[in-house]
Write a protein that binds this ligand. Structure first.
Ligand code: ADP
Ligand code: MG
Length: 693
């Protein structure tokens, strides 16, 4: 089967809809989607029928409302199409009502206190702006998930709301710039996904990987990533064959999987899709993660999406490439060829700068998780400090522009000013891989997202904060007679007020941490510190003004994120205690008694046994440490169970539980380095990282 033939074969997309629906119904559906209008009931019924017939023709037997609850994973409850008829038979049925609205028993999904348990019902509503698809013989209908009082209980609803406000404000700015042909502004996103691929059988021997998706113990491998021979190196045959199967599955779902390569760390890889509209990109990224895990299993592999699966080895993230496009096909972050296009570019560029500076706290909070805390700021990923990379060329051009100064590009020197705007540097050659938010020619690349995270949250913040900048810019443009002059003033004002957010240097350096502090930029190192900013009054004001999130919803998000953090670390702590008590402590003692019997044997034969006795006493001290720390950790977990306030609990976890885990680990890892590998109960890092050929 050729790739163009299988591409999107399992998606109820434009092509499938045109084939399955009558022209009138197709038109009504498109109109409802484009204008954000509710779907007429008769139309919904016909769409449901057509969708069902299409799905059944592809072998589907069930349907599900596929949604993305606040925890970030996806959820689905399957119902079959069967419906009994008189005489004991069945027919395959799917009603318009079932298409538009579902009522999963939602009590098991986190709601951050929004729903009282006596009113546990939530409902899912079809989001016709993303296509239905078939997965595992089930028709999946992408839906938003809300409480009965209308609050968002998922990640999709705020995303859609943020797109509405951004669209409105951006169109307004464009109209003020004279671009009256534009009716809609859309967000495009390409999410590059990093992941680890290890041998499944080996991985299953480790309780930490099985229960938490990452290693909680483990001494470094003798060969780490310092040789750098993995990145862009030849892809190993087993990995290659995994990637081929993965691509095939993704293509069938219409996911534009494009680039694949090894990453910096051993056993680490990346998959980049071609960008799409953010709503689709969010669904696609969720599906990509799910399918990666499934295909890995089929190939005897395990796909790890944890942000930091191995200590001392680079972690995994996700790069959220973000840009704005008009319905006329113009990328608003593309420096244009003409002065007028440049005005537009400068405005949108400044909108992002202002947004990133003024809402750095929630942008950071949007990527906060227990896993990502191990990665951000660990000299392998951007720090927890938000800054924007523009590159020297563009930074110089901006400064020259506001100072009416001369500006050098290549050989030519130009005078920049409100009246004459020469072409801006296009596709700047300088690249910076350390920046959290880097301008990369015609888009911004947000690199702080964790590999396991949904991309919805950061895009909600980016969209809303940029909408706010554009709203303020629109007011200035409206009050001005000379548009070029107004843009000039806006750029100057933004650079003056928000210029501190621009940093073109090395974000991994310690000097930057110090400089950022002197610039007044926030360094929110951990999840509890970051997440609590969601409900700062300036942020509540932002989200409420743009009707993206209410204070009730913001409180819920904060609570769910904090609870999630505490829950994850607690599971990790319990897993460590179990591993330490049942396997690691006994293993050290076991080996140490072997060493001691050797020592005794040597002594009885008059052979010097100093090495053995020294080793045995070192091991004994380390096993004592392991035992004591496991006891201590166990007491801390017990204490944490008595804390009911989410914020207090998260801080307790960060300040007490995590440091104790760290210290337990260090006793065990030191013992591992002195223990015969045959006596160690778990496969080593070397085995985990270099076992796939
Ligand atoms: P790098 O590895 O240098 O970051 P890649 O080429 O691997 O670059 O990834 C770039 C990502 O950016 C791809 O997913 C690509 O589709 C996406 N991208 C390109 N143009 C846009 C755009 N206008 N809007 C959103 N994403 C984009
Ligand atoms: Mg990238």
């Amino acid at each position: 089967m050729s790739i163009p033939e299988i591409f999107a074969e399992n998606v109820f997309n434009e092509k499938a809809m045109k084939q399955a629906l009558s022209p009138e119904v197709y038109r009504s559906l498109k109109k409802a989607v484009n204008e954000n209008e509710p779907l007429d009931f008769a139309v919904a019924q016909e769409v449901a029928d057509a969708m069902k017939d299409w799905a059944i023709s592809k072998g589907a037997t069930h349907y599900t409302h596929w949604f993305q609850p606040m925890t970030g994973i996806t959820a689905e409850k399957h119902d079959s199409f069967i419906s009994p008829v008189k005489g004991g038979g069945i027919i395959m049925e799917f009603s318009g009502k079932a298409l538009i609205k579902g009522e999963p028993d939602a009590s098991s999904f986190p709601n951050g206190g929004i729903r009282a348990t006596f009113e546990a019902r939530g409902y899912t509503a079809w989001d016709p702006s993303s296509y239905a698809f078939i997965k595992d013989n089930t028709l999946c209908i992408p839906t938003a998930f809300c409480s009965y009082s209308g609050e968002a209980l998922d990640k999709k609803t705020p995303l859609i709301r943020s797109l509405e406000t951004l669209n409105k404000k951006a169109v307004k700015v464009l109209h003020l710039l004279g671009k009256t042909d534009v009716n809609k502004v859309l967000v495009t996103v390409g999410a590059e996904q990093e992941y680890f691929l290890i041998d499944r059988e080996t991985a299953l021997k480790r309780d930490d990987i099985v229960f938490t998706g990452r290693t909680l113990f483990g001494a470094n491998a003798p060969k780490g990533q310092e040789l750098g021979d993995h990145y862009f190196g030849a892809i190993k045959p087993r990995v290659k064959s995994f990637m081929e199967s993965l691509n095939r599955e993704l293509w069938k779902l219409g996911i534009l999987a494009k680039t694949e390569h090894n990453e910096v760390a051993p056993a680490q890889h990346e998959l980049a899709p071609i960008f799409t509209l953010v709503n689709t990109a969010t669904d696609h990224n969720q599906l990509t993660m799910e399918i990666m895990k499934k295909i890995a299993e089929r190939h005897g592999l395990m796909c790890l999406l944890a942000e930091k699966p191995f200590k001392g080895v680079n972690g995994s993230g996700k790069h959220n490439n973000w840009s704005l496009t008009t319905d006329t096909g113009v990328n608003l972050l593309d420096p244009g060829e003409t002065p007028a296009e440049n005005l537009q570019f400068l405005l949108f560029l400044c909108a992002v700068l202002k947004a990133a500076d003024e809402y750095q706290d929630i942008l950071r909070a949007s990527v906060a998780s227990a896993g990502n805390d191990h990665r951000l700021g660990a000299h392998e990923a951007p720090p927890a400090i938000i800054s924007v990379f523009l590159g020297d060329d563009l930074s110089n051009a901006l400064n020259a522009f506001i100072n009416n100064d001369t500006y050098r590009t290549g050989k030519s020197v130009m005078r920049l000013g409100a009246k004459i705007l020469p072409p801006l540097p296009k596709d700047t050659t300088d690249r910076n891989r350390t920046s959290p938010l880097a301008f990369t020619g015609n888009k911004f690349e947000f690199r702080m997202v964790g590999s396991n995270d949904s991309i919805a949250d950061c895009n909600v913040v980016l969209n809303t904060a940029v909408a706010e900048s554009l709203d303020l810019f629109a007011k200035e443009l409206e009050n001005s007679k000379n548009i070029a002059e107004a843009v000039h003033n806006i750029v100057a004002k933004t650079l003056k007020e928000n210029g501190r957010i621009i940093f073109n240097g090395n974000n991994y350096s310690d000097e930057w941490t110090k400089e950022a502090e002197s610039r007044g930029l926030l360094n929110l190192r951990t999840t509890p510190e970051a997440v609590c900013h969601y409900t700062d009054s300036k942020n509540v004001e932002l989200f409420e003004k743009h009707k993206v999130l209410s204070i009730v919803e913001l409180n819920a998000i904060e609570k769910v994120m904090l609870d999630n953090y505490s829950r994850i670390v607690k599971i990790e702590a319990l897993t460590m205690i179990d591993m330490a008590r049942k396997n690691i402590y006994p293993a050290i003692n076991n080996y140490s008694s072997k060493v001691l019997s050797t020592a005794m044997l040597k002594a009885s034969n008059g052979i010097d046994n100093k090495t053995d006795t020294t080793l045995a006493s070192k091991l004994s001290a380390l096993s004592d440490g392991v035992f004591e720390k496991a006891e201590e950790l166990s007491a801390l977990v017990a204490k944490s169970n008595t804390i009911t306030d989410s914020k207090e609990l998260a801080y307790f976890i960060k300040d007490e539980v995590l440091p104790c885990m760290e210290s337990l680990r260090s006793f065990a890892d030191n013992a591992q380095m002195l223990t015969d590998e045959k006596d160690w109960p778990y496969p080593s890092y070397a085995k985990l990282l270099f076992s796939v050929k």
